[in-house]
Design a protein around this ligand. Structure first.
Ligand SMILES: Cc1cc2nc3c(=O)[nH]c(=O)nc-3n(C[C@H](O)[C@H](O)[C@H](O)COP(=O)(O)OP(=O)(O)OC[C@H]3O[C@@H](n4cnc5c(N)ncnc54)[C@H](O)[C@@H]3O)c2cc1C
Length: 386
């Protein structure tokens, strides 16, 4: 088959497919049923060297960008969307650390990530500002060569499981008011308290927990970039990597919805006619429409990733549109698959029902679908996003 990818990415994709077949897919139902964080998936990705996807080659990683992230999350998302979300958020966190890493951060975090010994993730959202994830209220105060963090983060994917957390803050005493900054908080930092375990409607394995920070002391060398850099990180690094990781995850869900619908159409046979559902014209047109929707979304997200990787001057509206579109397509196609697969899919915890529940996270994970549509329009009209 003609491949869109470089030989290196093809090789990594093949590795990911093997892991998916051996471990991710066989455990996907358990992850969903028991709200189990997919340790088996993350361990296998670590052992295969995939955690270093976004770590520069000089530090032992693969030094790859948006297209690679899109491709791998879509392969994993086809089998276990929670695993794709956990892997994706690790990769976004890695890209944030790598963007302006100091020597100490390269050695302590990026080399460890590439060696498969360290998982990171993003802790940006807060209940006060909700979907406005770029407006943290967690404060950061200078204190004798370190920073003290106080506040509460919500919905931290990989919460309580990662080795470090990229946390966004607002300046407190001693710094310019209104300055937002990002810092790396190690998992064993005193003053961190994890709230109740995650028991979500979908994405049930992602351990999306609330984290309270009370005078959590972070060494000054854990500051990312310089004080006040958070807005740069959010829009230059978090947004493109996060949107691509999520677009890949939801593209994977959409692909599986089409696959499961096709499988059911071919196999479900009525006793009174002896024929399959695939022979009914209404089902044929429904299935064709699903396939076309999938291909349109795939074309958009591929275009977005490739433009993003080369820094194309018109990449922005593509990147902003791709997660909203992939999420919408995943929800629509999972819904269509529920209809096509009939009563068997409606049974509690069918694989198709799980896809639908997982796909629903796309609309509320920020930047949310509504926000992205506004931002895409603004970008196309030459207006500032905020
Ligand atoms: C499964 C899951 C995983 C997550 N993982 C992470 C993570 O790893 N790290 C992290 O930091 N956060 C994470 N989040 C949090 C997420 O990004 C959002 O911040 C959170 O879902 C917002 O919830 P809320 O109820 O406070 O939203 P609200 O702010 O109350 O928004 C509710 C609705 O109103 C809409 N809305 C609000 N303001 C606007 C506006 N200005 N314009 C248009 N529409 C608007 C939103 O689009 C949304 O549909 C995760 C969330 C989920 C569900």
């Amino acid at each position: 088959m003609h491949t869109l990818y470089s030989p290196k990415l093809d090789q990594l994709a093949e590795l990911a497919r093997q892991i998916v077949d051996d471990s991710v897919l066989p455990n996907a139902e358990l992850v969903d049923r028991e709200c189990r964080w997919p340790e088996h998936s993350m361990r296998a990705f670590a052992d295969a060297g995939l955690l270093g996807l976004q770590v520069p080659g000089t530090l032992g990683g693969h030094g790859l960008g948006l297209h690679a992230l899109l491709h791998l999350t879509s392969i994993i998302g086809q089998a276990c969307p929670s695993s794709a979300l956990c892997f994706g958020m690790h990769c976004v966190g890695t890209a944030v650390i790598a963007a302006k890493a100091t020597d100490s951060q390269r050695n302590r975090y990026l080399r460890e990530i590439a060696a498969g010994r360290h998982i990171t993730t993003l802790a940006l959202s807060e209940s006060g500002t909700g979907a406005h994830f770029y407006l943290p209220e967690t404060t950061m105060t200078r204190d004798n060569g370190r920073y003290l963090l106080n506040g509460t983060k919500q919905f931290v994917t990989n919460g309580g499981r990662a080795d470090s957390y990229v946390v966004s803050t607002v300046a407190s005493d001693g710094m310019a008011e209104g300055d937002f900054s990002c810092v790396i908080v190690d998992a064993d930092t005193p003053g961190m308290a994890w709230q109740q375990p995650w028991d979500g409607f979908g994405m049930r394995g992602n351990s999306s927990r609330t984290l309270a920070l009370q005078d959590a002391a972070v060494p000054a060398e854990n500051l990312l970039g310089t004080e006040g850099d958070q807005v740069w990180y959010v829009f230059e690094v978090v947004a493109p990597y996060f949107l691509m990781a999520m677009a890949g995850t939801y593209l994977g869900i959409a692909q599986t919805a089409v696959d499961l619908a096709g499988e059911h159409l071919r196999n479900r046979r009525h006793s009174h006619t002896g024929g399959t559902l695939a022979e009914i014209e209404t089902m044929q047109t429904r299935y064709a429409a699903m396939w076309v929707a999938l291909q349109k979304t795939r074309a958009l997200v591929e275009e977005a990733a490739q433009r993003g990787d080369v820094g194309h001057p018109e990449a922005l509206p593509f990147i902003l549109a791709c997660k909203a579109d992939a999420g919408e397509t995943a929800i629509t196609l999972a819904n269509d698959a529920m209809t096509i697969c009939g009563g068997s899919a409606y049974r509690e915890n069918s694989r198709v029902a799980q896809l639908l529940r997982d796909a629903r996270a796309s609309h509320v994970m920020s930047p949310t679908t509504d926000m992205l549509r506004v931002w895409t329009g603004r970008a196309l009209l030459g207006m500032p996003l905020l």
